[in-house]
Design a protein around this ligand. Structure first.
Ligand code: RB5
Length: 146
């Protein structure tokens, strides 16, 4: 599995922690920025990251901003992206099982490092259940294709 990471200035510290975690887990990733503390605009990083997942360059993405909301709105504008804004471990698991989410979004001003790492670990390990959820995802794809 290869992952693309991106954040704005609000998420940069937490994203570095996540990158360290992926190093420890031996999971390949690229961090496409901003990797900075200067004020930047989250769509400039969230949309390119989501596009790289949608086109298949990366299997999944992890995006972080201050609240997670901006990045999740940005990522979900990209066709084929199912970005989940997650701040608890239960949702991290269920969004993989039910939504087959391909982008995880977190808010660095909302949760701490330890919880974020637990969420990342759970989300990466989660498996899509298929079954009744396939039809629901297909309806999203059909809407995108309009
Ligand atoms: C940046 O201050 C902040 O607005 C951004 O990180 C994010 O929370 C937006 O949704």
């Amino acid at each position: 599995m290869k992952i693309v990471l991106a954040s704005d200035h609000g998420g940069v510290d937490l994203l570095r922690e996540v990158a360290n975690q992926l190093d420890e887990l031996g999971i390949a990733y690229d961090n496409i920025g901003c990797d900075c503390k200067d004020s930047v605009d989250y769509p400039d990083y969230g949309i390119p990251a989501a596009e790289k997942v949608a086109e298949g360059t990366y299997d999944r993405g992890i995006l972080i901003c201050g609240t997670g909301i901006g990045m999740s709105i940005a990522a979900n504008k990209v066709k084929g992206i199912r970005a989940a804004l997650v701040h608890d471990v239960y949702t991290a698991r269920v969004t993989r099982e039910h939504n087959d989410s391909n982008v995880l979004v977190m808010g660095a001003r909302v949760i701490g490092v330890d919880l974020a790492k637990e969420i990342v670990k759970t989300w990466l390990a989660g498996e899509f259940e298929g079954g009744r959820h396939i039809n629901r995802i297909e309806k999203l794809s059909a809407y995108e294709a309009k």
